[in-house]
Design a protein around this ligand. Sequence first.
Ligand SMILES: [Zn+2]
Length: 200
Amino acid sequence: MKSAGTEKCPVCSGLEEYIETADYSLPGSAEKLVPPNEDLEYYYRISADRKILKCPRCASFYLYCQWEPGGSDDAMSTSLYRSISPMKYIDVHRLLLIDLEYLNQRALMEPEFYSETRDRFRKGVEKELAFLRGKTSVIIKEALDILEKKNSLLVAEVYREREEAYEREIAAIAKEYLEIIPEQEQTLILRIRTALENIC
Ligand SMILES: [Zn+2]
């Protein structure tokens, strides 16, 4: 059975790790990545600083970020930092929810500017979540990596709260996938139940 990440994809080769550049250039293959669907792209056109991109060939996800080195007040700067890094499916799910929540807030405050964008973004989120529901076992494994490792116990204290919040969000998402994981995945199901008990 084919699955993303187990085969060499010509677009994704060279993009396996975090890449950051101080000018406009990223590896050529990064330019081949596309927004996951046109409803998400509709929002990304007005908010280009952070977006999810997808490989058109193997459906691997990436996080793209861009920023000015001195912040937007730095009028002297002419360069733009850009980064690209592979994303776990469960982090895609989490970031889609975060951006949707942000747009819900904006649409409440400025409906005339944000309602349509929010509505389309929500449609786009639904499309990607439908795709992710087909990857349940992979997502549960990703959640186990995060919840069993428990980085929050390893990081310096200043980061602990943030890390714990992240683990709780991952646990909440994992619970949704636990509802739909195929029954034959008994080992995974037992492990994730134990991990979830230890989080809550
Ligand atoms: Zn690919």
